[in-house]
Design a protein around this ligand. Structure first.
Ligand code: PXL
Length: 279
């Protein structure tokens, strides 16, 4: 069985980060260890008054304890970080894991819809870019890609030329693959998904699924977790992106049909059974 370390916050209510990464990776048949970066009563997207416990001090001791036990990991996957200092700490963990051959996946969670999340300041994106440079695979959305590249954010729908221009710039950052999410095209606004570029071959590929009306909290984490699972299990990038896009779209569709508050996260649970065939 493959194993992975997932490094994200725990938002206690409002499914995202570890509360989606853990079930999705486990359902795909991957043993998942976690390092929580912060504990919040809810995520920060649309709730006010949330509690926030920063776990910066705990991250390295957790990792050092694991090292003392001789634990090895096939992959590591980071998302929402609890403080700017965690960028350097997680970078060090990735440096050590990469030296042992682990696959490093970074979702540079920090922004959406053209806006940086409220917990980060304007210096954070430059630090996140450095963390992305340590990764084999990065999974930014279009806002995060613009921030990492120091470009202005553009709203969709997009042209193929624009997406390919961003992908070409992103290809300078990770070691293997850059996957861009939130991609949808002029004239094809009923579909939404991801595009990727292979850093070595410069080949670009697309995976679009049904575009469910509205915006749903946590879909970036759902997509990246399913994608990380597929790639770790050896799927080709296009197949892994398509599986992740279909899984995410189905979860958003159930949420729309159920009429649940979109801040509460998407109804991914009923789809988990489809991921066990990932291997
Ligand atoms: O889904 C991304 C995410 C993760 N964790 C926390 C967040 C967000 C997005 O708002 O607030 C705490």
């Amino acid at each position: 069985m493959k194993n992975i370390v997932a490094i994200h916050d725990i938002s206690c209510f409002g499914k995202c980060s570890l509360t989606v990464a853990l079930p999705i990776l486990s359902a795909a048949g991957i043993e998942t260890a976690v390092i929580p970066t912060a504990v919040l009563s809810t995520h920060t997207g649309g709730f006010s008054g949330y509690t926030y416990r920063d776990l910066t001090e705990d991250i390295m001791p957790i990792f050092r304890h694991w090292q003392s036990l001789g634990l090895k990991f096939d992959a590591a996957y980071s998302g929402f970080l609890g403080s700017p200092e965690q960028l350097g700490i997680v970078e060090e963990i990735f440096r050590e894991l990469a030296a042992q051959g682990s696959l490093i996946v970074v979702d540079p969670v920090m922004a959406d819809d053209g806006k940086l999340y409220s917990t980060f300041d304007e210096n954070f994106p430059a630090g996140m870019r450095r963390l992305c440079e340590r990764a084999d695979i990065i999974v930014p959305n279009l806002t995060e890609a613009a921030l990492i590249l120091g470009e202005p954010y553009r709203e969709g729908p997009y042209t193929r030329e624009y997406i390919e221009e961003i992908l070409t710039k992103l290809a300078a950052i990770p070691k293997k693959l850059a996957v861009l999410t939130g991609v949808y095209f002029e004239g094809d606004e009923g579909r939404l998904g991801a595009a990727c570029i292979d850093v070595k071959t410069r080949k670009t590929e697309y995976a679009l699924a049904e575009r469910v009306p509205g915006s749903y909290h946590g879909t970036g984490d759902v997509f990246a977790s399913a994608l990380a699972a597929g790639l770790l299990l050896g799927r080709e990038p296009q197949a892994a992106m398509q599986r992740a896009a279909d899984f995410t779209a189905a979860a958003a569709k159930r949420t729309l049909d159920n009429g649940t508050d979109r801040r509460y996260g998407v109804a991914f649970e009923e789809g988990l059974g489809t991921l066990q065939y990932m291997s």
